[in-house]
Design a protein around this ligand. Structure first.
Ligand SMILES: [Zn+2]
Length: 411
């Protein structure tokens, strides 16, 4: 079977006009009129592919193709059409449009699947508008959290209000939830959003799992003093301690060359932040991720030892708050091997790699087996109007997805 690469490109180009900013950027906030327009356009293509469409009470766009036996658990694909405020044309969009191309191709070849297939554009994957993401994918699994609807955006609009304006009935969430075991498996094609495939010059990657982040806030306390008079050996400089810990985290995360571990300190607050007062307090965030949970635990222990040692050396006290502690979620081996077979059929040498960022598949991983296909993106740039994946690579990814769907239907 051949996909229609020209049509796929047309779809990307048409979608990129909705919420377009600058030459190549996109701004399609969750539950917004721009997202609604994107849904209408995607729904028109879903209908062409023989699907029925609806927007559920979480603000998800759902396309459904009936199968031979609709009592069987559904094969689900998808991603998201909302974007970052200063985002690109491919993040999320790829997973929806490539899946639609798969179904259009199947229809043209007269294939009726044995089980129903659904494509979902999940609401608010990105999470910036209300400071919490994966809304639609958590929603359908009954995993919303207390206060999810009361979260406000920068204009003071609550998620509940935004959903109502979008046309959702927030009193009827239950009707939009999926029953246990009603999803057979979930497939998500996504741009890599990192540089691994680009550097390796490989168009397609097979995702091994989504790594779990450990998020900490570390607060160091020393003693303020005049920077001109306190002799160096007598100082209790909290910022110096923080600097040493930041370097130590970097060394911990890079101790084995080639490992996928990543450790980052990206924010720091200093008190009192005066150029001639030795820092009394330094507070910074730690983001540590790994696909191997045992290794992450080990590195966390090493970091704790370093924090203890460096604090002692600098005469500091410290406190550590744990903000998030998620476990890695692994892709199903059987789906990975189907994806791999399909890559081989296309003579693609597709490396396995983990995903540092979250995706809707993370939420779905708690309900069913899942697999992900990564498509190379130029220089690893994402969440940026410069984000770019070539239409050739996206067409290859779509072919891999098509073969994967066909093999899963054969099981
Ligand atoms: Zn995404």
């Amino acid at each position: 079977m051949k996909i229609n690469a020209a049509r796929l490109q047309d779809h990307f180009e048409a979608m990129s006009l909705i919420g377009k900013i600058g030459e190549t950027g996109t701004c399609r906030p969750a539950h917004s009129q721009e997202e609604k327009k994107a849904f209408e356009l995607a729904a028109s293509w879903m209908k062409e592919a023989g699907m029925s469409t609806k927007i559920d009470n979480f603000g998800n766009l759902i396309g459904r193709l009936e199968g031979v036996d609709n009592q069987l658990p559904v094969l689900m694909m998808g991603s998201h059409l909302d974007s970052q405020p200063y985002g690109g044309r491919f993040d999320g969009v790829s997973g929806v449009l490539c899946a639609i191309e798969v179904l259009m191709t199947m229809k043209e070849n007269g294939i009726v699947p044995k089980r129903a297939i659904e494509i979902i554009s999940f609401a608010d994957e990105e999470g910036w508008r209300f400071n919490k993401g994966l809304f639609g994918s958590r929603g359908i699994l009954g995993k919303l959290e207390e206060g999810d609807l009361k979260r406000t955006d920068k204009d003071g609009i609550t998620r509940g209000q935004a959903l109502k304006e979008f046309g959702c009935d927030i009193t009827k969430f239950k009707e939009s939830e999926y029953a246990k075991d009603s999803i057979y498996c979930f497939l998500e094609l996504h741009i890599e959003q990192g540089p691994v495939l680009d550097i390796a010059k490989k168009p397609i990657g097979i995702v091994s799992g989504i790594s779990g982040p450990l998020w900490l806030t570390v607060k160091l306390k020393g003693q303020a003093g005049h920077t001109g008079s306190v002799p160096m050996p007598l100082r209790k400089d909290a910022l110096l301690g923080a600097a040493e810990i930041i370097v130590a985290l970097n060394q911990i995360a890079t101790q084995v060359k080639g490992n996928p571990t990543v450790g980052t300190v990206a924010t720091i607050n200093v008190f009192p932040a005066s150029r001639n007062i030795i820092a009394e307090e330094a507070e910074f965030t730690v983001d540590l991720r790994d696909i191997d949970l045992d290794r992450r635990h080990e590195y966390e222990r090493q970091l704790m030892d370093k924090i203890e040692e460096i604090s002692k050396k600098n005469g500091l006290t410290y406190s550590i708050k744990e903000d998030t502690n998620s476990e890695p979620r692994y892709c199903a081996d059987w789906i990975k091997s189907i994806i791999k077979n399909n890559c081989e059929k296309l003579k693609l040498d597709a490396p396995e790699l983990m995903s540092g960022p979250f995706h809707d598949a993370l939420a779905l991983s708690y309900a069913c087996d899942y697999g992900m296909i990564f498509v190379r993106c130029k220089d690893g740039i994402s969440h940026n109007p410069l984000e770019y994946s070539s239409y050739e690579d996206l067409a290859l990814g779509t072919l891999v997805l098509l073969g994967t769907v066909m093999d899963i239907l054969d099981r």
